[in-house]
Ligand binder design. Structure first.
Ligand SMILES: [Zn+2]
Length: 78
């Protein structure tokens, strides 16, 4: 890993955890589309979720609020 990548690595300032994180979204509306088939069964045709509230980002080890890292997390999410 080069220096540039390591400086982008998110680490919890409280406990040093840099592998385990979780995200909490408030006010999420989940819309799921279904197609009805010829035999009257249904097939799921995709999920659309819309976040109406705040998205918070936490350390998975000590639950420290790391929301200021959330934008970077999104940029590094593949
Ligand atoms: Zn932590």
């Amino acid at each position: 890993m080069n220096k540039k990548n390591s400086s982008l690595r998110i680490a919890c300032p409280e406990c040093g955890n840099d592998t385990d994180f979780f995200e909490v979204a408030d006010g999420v509306v989940i819309t799921t589309r279904y197609l009805q088939n010829a035999d009257c069964s249904f097939t799921q045709d995709g999920d659309e979720s819309q976040v109406l509230g705040e998205i918070k980002f936490f350390c998975g080890e000590c639950n420290t609020d790391l929301s200021h890292f959330h934008q970077r997390f999104l940029e590094m999410l593949f």
